[in-house]
Design a protein around this ligand. Structure first.
Ligand code: CTP
Ligand code: MG
Length: 228
């Protein structure tokens, strides 16, 4: 396929403390990873590269095959790295030759609606080299110093919270990560520091990242309310 989705799921989940690497914590009888992959397969026909912690490749393959149904042959499982950026690089190394567009998606954003994927792919198809879903920042944000004193208010209208899937032309993402010196918390930051414009599309509140125990409670409640 022309499109690939790299689902990064190799983090340990230190803030969640879920008793297992975060992607393997349950939302119902299914894991966070399973729900994330269901969303990916609902949204796109693509090579799906799942990046997981060492030792979890077999469990991930079971989850992925189950979520993929008839499209199980589109799944590739790879072992991740120490940082998110290293995990993305491991995913890139597993892309098939014909892939031209790459989406990088956090497994931890397990409930991301298909419409967000559609908007990201749509922006790439319309000519963007890099695109991120973004949502407005709701809190009032302050710039502070090392002692916690407020230095300045930050104009909220200039801010947006970045989500995933983030979409890229494959050549642009590969070159940016290859040249990246700093460790970036998202891929768009590496691409932007390589000098490429990054555009935004509308994200979705439901695409929140499961990070803490209260996020997990919220995700579990949303899943239990879903029509099955
Ligand atoms: N991730 C990854 N490889 C890493 C670190 C993170 O694939 N070495 C993935 C996570 O699995 C997650 C996404 O990147 O889907 C976003 O990272 P984050 O929410 O920070 O997850 P963790 O790093 O697992 O959580 P924490 O920072 O609380 O340990
Ligand atoms: Mg992390």
């Amino acid at each position: 396929p022309r499109l690939a989705v790299i689902v990064v799921a190799a983090g340990s989940g230190t803030r969640l403390k879920g008793g297992a690497p975060k992607a393997f914590v349950g939302l119902d009888e299914r894991s966070i990873l399973h729900h994330a992959l269901r969303g990916v397969f609902a949204a796109a026909s693509a090579q799906v590269v799942v990046v997981v912690p060492r030792g979890f490749e077999g469990e991930a393959l079971t989850d992925a095959r189950d979520a993929a149904g008839e499209r199980a042959d589109l799944v590739t499982i790879v072992t991740g790295g120490e940082t998110r950026q290293a995990s993305v690089a491991a995913g890139l190394a597993a892309l098939w030759a014909d892939v031209e567009i790459v989406l990088v998606h956090d497994a931890a954003r397990a409930l991301t609606p298909p419409a967000v994927f559609d908007r990201v792919v749509g922006a790439i198809d319309a000519g963007a080299a890099a695109v991120i879903p973004a949502v407005p920042v709701v809190d009032t944000i302050k710039r502070i110093d090392a002692e916690g004193r407020v230095i300045a208010a930050v104009d909220r209208s200039e801010l947006a919270a970045a989500q995933t899937p983030q979409g890229f032309r494959r050549d642009v993402l590969e070159a940016a990560l290859c040249d990246a010196e700093a460790d970036h918390t998202d891929d768009a930051a590496a691409v932007a520091s390589a000098g490429h414009p990054v555009v935004t599309v509308e994200g979705d509140a439901v695409a929140f990242k499961i990070t803490t125990a209260s996020d997990l409670d919220r995700a579990r409640a949303l899943v239990s309310e879903r029509p099955s």
